[in-house]
Design a protein around this ligand. Sequence first.
Ligand code: PHE
Length: 441
Amino acid sequence: MSKQEGGRDSFTNKFGVIAAAAGSAIGLGNIWRFPYVAGENGGGAFLLLYLLFILAIGVPVMLSELLIGRKAQLNIFGAFRKLAPGSYWPLVGMMGVGAAFMILSFYAVVAGWTLEYTFYAIGNQFAGESPEGIKAIFDELTTASWRPVVFMLLFMALSAFIVRSGVQKGIERYTKILMPLLLVILLGLIFRSLSLDGAMAGVDFLFRPDFSKVDTNTILEALGQAFFSLSLGMGVMATYGSYIKKKESLGKTAISVSLTDTFIAILAGLAIFPAVFSFGLEPGQGPGLVFITLPGIFNQMAGGYYFAIFFFVLLVIAALTSSISLLEVVVAYFVEELKMKRSTATWLAAGVMSALGVVCALNGAVFDFFDRTSSNILLPLGGLLIVLFVGWFLGKQVVRDELEADGRAAFYFRLFVPVIRVLAPIAIALVFLNGLGLLRF
Ligand code: PHE
């Protein structure tokens, strides 16, 4: 970590920036949420829509967010206040802070399951279990009254602990080494999954688009998943952008982070679906999908015992690098706008999120409501307002100067402007109208 001109902390170098932003993006969204939502929405056609949304909407929104943050050097609320004084724009920042509360509440529950799975793996409790047996363990784990709560709280405390001591130090140190390791284990899983009997049905499911399965909901879910997985629409990338030095290229950061994140999601799908079909499981069974499928693959692997432990530990860490980014949005806001001490801000935010998390852990309907509403509505709406702000309000020259602050010409500028002014807003609006049933296609 080093100090920036204004005395604000910043990431030490380009790798630090990308690692932190990728650390936020890569998480349970890729490994848990992508397979379960893709499974519910017919596989291949969903994947295609998801990829399209990442490129046409996700990358431009990410660039816009990074730009807002770095230009303003403030939290998401403060950034709008500074760049658009006396306007209603800061409300977009408020919405982001609200979304952070909502997301971390259910995210910590899933991370808690992951944490508990780590202990199960160490105790070798999945060994020899059939898929039905594993499902029974999962159902018991998620409905037992106190355990999901305890593990959720444990995870929240871990996140708060890291955020309290400053995000940059925490994130930079962990992500650099651990994310590549996660990739290696994922490759091992894919290898085993693909060699199971009947695995090809899963590959088909993921890569062969069946458009008869596409309905209004599929389109909205694909957009929501793109936003969720890239950590967009609620200020994470703006907050991290405020820690990026002027000499770094925002364009490169946005592209590398988006591509890496998407790559990991596809790998996760490639690890999960062949096994789902081989074990005769139902791809559309919901949030438990990955938790029921993975132990089955480990059971079939040479050295599966060790792989499983490694994998779940890494998944907890991947979840942590995402949860701290969510918490940081709120903490940066509390510290800079409400003038709280960093530690007070952290414990207050984590305390409120924990209370909401208890509700999510005990009530599946609330969990589901938080999960869908944040991804499918709040994040795309935030993204829509963010691109409109950068496209129409900030002024072309301001945008260009910020993109070129690293001293290099932003060759993509000519493309970027029409995309954030017109294409991305219209695309998001159409998906919304379609989702509300006001427009059918
Ligand atoms: N992108 C994170 C993941 O994939 C989740 C997240 C969503 C983080 C929104 C921050 C903001 O796990």
